[in-house]
Design a binder for this molecule. Structure first.
Ligand SMILES: *Cc1c(COP(=O)(O)O)cnc(C)c1O
Length: 222
């Protein structure tokens, strides 16, 4: 199957209103061009310098999403290029993104990453930390970031019930957060959840943005 064919068959299963992020991490520019020529414009990367290199080399109408864990000292590489950062998991990181956005005379949209899985290895805020962040004065003073929603990753398991419960949990956190902090703010509208193995379940439980890599580009060899 070609990348264009893979994209077409995935798109056929995704309803209107759900954004498809094609996760191109580790993949060569030629693979991204192939997806681009098939009409795909939103791509996800998980390493800051790789995102920077690809953004500088590839067509300017591509939207680059940072989906991987982001260290503060790497924000500067992506600040001019990124259209959404999915993986914000601390106030200090958010402050650095705000600073780099200001230096680039722009606003950077972000998602706050929530911890919903049963795996220690996964990053993210729990619901209490999320509330604390959004209630803090430091957060309120940030002018160059805009929080567009939440992101989460389910446990890597074949147990569909576990994954479903975790996605439903994120949806509940989203609704609470919307009500308590963003009630009048239309741009807080994104739930980024679902990958190649679980995106259909994610869509059933309220995802508005899926991040799909291997089903489009094939398996990654790290
Ligand atoms: C790699 C990655 C994906 C895509 O995973 P696939 O299983 O290849 O679809 C999605 N989200 C994040 C955060 C990732 O790092």
């Amino acid at each position: 199957m070609s990348i264009a064919n893979n994209l077409a068959s995935i798109k056929a299963t995704i309803p209107q209103g759900v954004c498809l992020v094609a996760v191109s991490k580790t993949k060569p520019q030629a693979a991204i061009i192939e997806a681009y020529e098939a009409g795909q414009r939103v791509f996800g990367e998980n390493k800051a310098q790789e995102l920077q290199e690809k953004a500088e080399a590839l067509p300017k109408d591509i939207e680059w999403h940072m989906i991987g864990h982001l260290q503060r000292n790497k924000v500067k590489y992506i600040a001019p290029h990124v259209s959404l950062i999915h993986s914000v998991d601390s106030l200090r990181l958010l402050e650095e993104i705000d600073k780099r956005a200001r230096q680039n005379k722009r606003t950077i949209p972000v998602l706050l990453q929530c911890y919903i899985a049963k795996e220690e290895s996964k990053y993210g805020l729990d619901e209490i930390e999320l509330d604390e962040l959004l209630n803090s004065t430091s957060y309120r003073n940030l002018k160059n970031i805009e929080v567009h929603g939440l992101m989460g990753m389910a446990t890597n398991t074949d147990n569909q019930l576990t994954v479903r419960k975790e996605f439903e949990h994120l949806k509940t956190i989203f609704e609470n957060t919307k009500r308590n902090h963003f009630a009048q703010i239309e741009s807080f509208n994104t739930i980024s959840m679902g990958m190649s193995g679980d995106y259909q379940l994610a869509i059933e439980t309220g995802s508005t943005m899926v991040r799909i890599g291997s089903s489009i580009f094939g398996a990654r060899n790290y």
